[in-house]
Design a protein around this ligand. Structure first.
Ligand code: ADP
Ligand code: MG
Length: 161
């Protein structure tokens, strides 16, 4: 399947993307994020947290804790695999329980723990294409996540610019 490609030209547009993704997400969804430092992964998480009704100022970057939990309309579990030494360390956080819960799990630096992610998850990868422009490539690895990306695609296309 070809990825859903979304170009954003400012930090504000990354926030719009996060807001639209938040509306498309379903309880239990797992979202992996990849891309270099400064790509906007944490910015995206912050806008998802805000869209789902929690305080976006709680969302910190860089993270010195491996998991942050936000009491949004659906609980959000925010992981950052940057500092992990091994995938094993990720397992030891009890990620399985989070993934199987009704909360939304979001993992920055997901490719570092790719083998730990559930069969059906969303993967977003951002590339820096300019000082304030980013290109996002979104992939779904199962039918539930594909449905979410379909929603995101149609809402992104019809958004008010
Ligand atoms: P990451 O978590 O991927 O390392 P952050 O979201 O923490 O990235 O930081 C992104 C940085 O890039 C911020 O300083 C932000 O102001 C800047 N920035 C510039 N353009 C954008 C954009 N289009 N989207 C997101 N952040 C951007
Ligand atoms: Mg980050």
């Amino acid at each position: 399947m070809t990825p859903l490609t979304i170009t954003v030209n400012s930090e504000a547009e990354t926030c719009q993307l996060g807001q639209q993704l938040a509306r498309a997400l379903a309880p239990g969804t797992v979202v992996g994020l990849d891309g270099p430092l400064g790509a906007g992964k944490t910015t995206l998480v912050r806008s998802i947290v805000a869209a789902l009704g929690a305080n976006p100022r709680q969302v910190a970057s860089p993270t010195f804790v491996l998991m942050h939990q936000y009491e949004a309309r659906t609980p959000i579990y925010h992981f950052d695999a940057y500092r992990l030494k091994s995938a094993n360390e990720f397992w030891e956080l009890g990620i399985q329980d989070y993934f199987e819960s009704a909360g939304i799990s979001i993992i920055e630096w997901a490719s570092r723990v790719a083998e730990c992610l559930p069969d059906d998850h969303i993967l977003g990868r951002a590339e820096l294409t300019g000082e304030s422009s980013r290109q996002w490539f979104w992939n779904a690895t199962g039918s539930r996540s594909a449905e979410i990306l379909r929603k995101l695609e149609s809402s992104w296309q019809s958004r008010a610019i």
